[in-house]
Design a binder for this molecule. Structure first.
Ligand SMILES: Cc1cc2nc3c(=O)[nH]c(=O)nc-3n(C[C@H](O)[C@H](O)[C@H](O)COP(=O)(O)OP(=O)(O)OC[C@H]3O[C@@H](n4cnc5c(N)ncnc54)[C@H](O)[C@@H]3O)c2cc1C
Ligand code: SF4
Length: 330
């Protein structure tokens, strides 16, 4: 590991100076991703700003819904009674991730900003445009079993690997940010992560020095609470990232689908909303045949790479199954 300066802060007013001084500073929350990457020499911050002491741990009702503090742990968030009751999809998604020990350390903000699990990104002997812009992409013609089938570019075919963000997309969450000058801005979760394009080194639309303060869930998303399901397909039952994940949520009136949200995980550089599937579902009566048809539509524009065509059929089956579970048919 390279030498770096370590600074601990316990109030947000001291943050501006600390992060603005160097553009190569990184916040550290639970440290479960950042420290691994520093040990592998992938991340090389000159300064680590430990924010774990900031008062950003509250999970509380707000007029527009529920606010999840950026520093609340994944365990606290998944198990909070208001989350379990109103947004069970989020509880399921978080509990599908990592392991109990990791979730006890991992925070909501850090979870959103976890980096890809592309093997070439971790291997500093290999080219990787995300780690070292301009060096090439080892995965494009290499082993790309775990990589993207949607939205990739010639510069990068990596996926965003997290689970929590897939549910947050389905639930229309808002990310609240504190700017380095002390101002605040809000970003809809759909605009938070990004596709790689020509600048895969940028995972998100977060600007240098911005701090995630909270994630907000709207009251309206509680309409999905009775009919949602998070399905994660992986190589082993725990402690593994998804090959394909599906966050499915239905708002049902009688036996008719009023609204539908279907978000796919581990298929693109960001959570991938299956808008074609949603369009087929809305206004229709609950029906297993409908779910089958809608699941095929989700992958009609997929662009698999050499080693990951399996994600298409696996994904179709996963979408159909998640919808069946959300509708309580299975
Ligand atoms: C073995 C293993 C298995 C895992 N399996 C899964 C899995 O199946 N599913 C899954 O979703 N995740 C999984 N993870 C990832 C895990 O969920 C993340 O490592 C964790 O959520 C990161 O949170 P953290 O608080 O530790 O972040 P940190 O490591 O502290 O930070 C991560 C990044 O976020 C930035 N950051 C943190 N907080 C803020 C903030 N408030 N504002 C601005 N920037 C911030 C940091 O600068 C850093 O760049 C796994 C991790 C490991 C090690
Ligand atoms: S897919 Fe992206 S992260 Fe992986 S080697 Fe290529 S540029 Fe790097």
């Amino acid at each position: 590991m390279r030498p770096f300066e370590y600074v601990r802060v316990d109030n947000t007013s001291s943050l501006a100076d600390l992060t603005a001084i160097t553009s190569n500073a990184k916040f550290m929350a639970g440290g479960t991703n950042l420290l691994d990457l520093m040990k592998e020499d992938v991340e090389r911050p000159a300064r680590v700003v430990d924010i774990s002491g900031l008062p950003l741990k509250q999970i509380q009702r707000i007029h527009s819904g529920l606010s999840l503090g950026a520093l609340a742990t994944n365990t606290e968030t998944a198990n909070h009674p208001l989350v379990r009751e109103n947004y069970p999809l989020l509880t399921q998604a978080i509990l599908a991730g990592a392991s109990g020990q990791l979730r006890n350390m991992a925070t909501n903000g850090g979870n959103l900003l976890q980096r890809t699990r592309c093997n070439y990104f971790y291997d500093t002997a290999m080219p990787c445009n995300k780690r070292d812009p301009g060096s090439g992409c080892g995965a494009r013609e290499g082993l790309n079993k775990i990589h993207a089938i949607f939205g990739w570019s010639e510069s990068c075919v990596a996926t965003y690997p997290g689970d929590m963000a897939n549910a947050l997309h389905a639930l229309n969450a808002i990310v609240r940010l504190r700017e380095p000058n002390g101002g605040e801005r809000q970003v809809p979760i759909a605009d938070f992560h990004r596709l790689p394009g020509e600048t895969p080194e940028q995972d998100t639309n977060l600007r240098q020095g911005e701090l995630i303060v909270a994630i907000e869930l709207p009251v309206s998303a509680a309409a999905f609470s009775g009919h949602s399901y998070y399905l994660k397909v992986r190589d082993r039952a725990s402690y593994a990232f998804a090959m394909v994940a599906v966050a499915a949520a239905l708002d049902i009136d009688g036996d008719t689908i009023r609204q539908a949200r279907v978000v796919l995980g581990s298929v693109a550089h960001m959570p991938w909303r299956a808008v074609e599937t949603e369009a087929i579902l809305v206004g229709q009566r609950l029906d297993p045949a409908l779910f089958q048809r809608a699941s095929l539509a989700a992958f009609q524009n997929a662009r698999p790479l050499k080693h990951n065509a399996y994600k298409v059929e696996l994904g179709q089956r996963a979408v159909a199954r998640a919808l069946m579970r959300a509708a309580h048919f299975a």
